[in-house]
Design a protein around this ligand. Structure first.
Ligand SMILES: [Zn+2]
Ligand SMILES: [Zn+2]
Length: 110
């Protein structure tokens, strides 16, 4: 049997999370304590390291893993994991390219 890839699975009603993020929903509703609880659980389950590269003693950002169903036009949150800022940037590379930081880094490598 294949080893389960995602350790933490959270599923939400799709219509409430379309094109949004859990973090933003909690923030908008003044429920950041709930978000902090998710982060605390991540630290307890996975330790203080990047889920992808395993980097420790770095700033960790919680990344939401979504699955998209193009036919039904829904997105489903499949997991949240802590990533170091480099791995997280890569996850959001399309967005990052347009941030100030992204532009600066990309110009440097020309
Ligand atoms: Zn990493
Ligand atoms: Zn992310």
């Amino acid at each position: 049997m294949e080893k389960q890839k995602y350790k933490l699975t959270i599923e939400l009603v799709p219509s409430t999370v379309w094109f949004s993020s859990v973090y933003r929903i909690y923030k908008r509703n003044g429920r950041l304590n709930k978000w902090n609880k998710i982060k605390k659980e991540l630290f307890e389950k996975e330790g203080k390291k990047c889920w992808i590269c395993g980097a420790e003693n770095v700033r960790l950002e919680a990344h939401e893993f979504w699955k998209y169903d193009d036919e039904k036009h829904i997105q489903r949150l499949v997991a949240i994991h802590h990533l170091c800022s480099m791995c997280h940037k890569i996850k959001h590379i399309g967005f990052w390219c347009y941030t100030e930081d992204g532009r600066r880094q990309l110009e440097k490598s020309d």
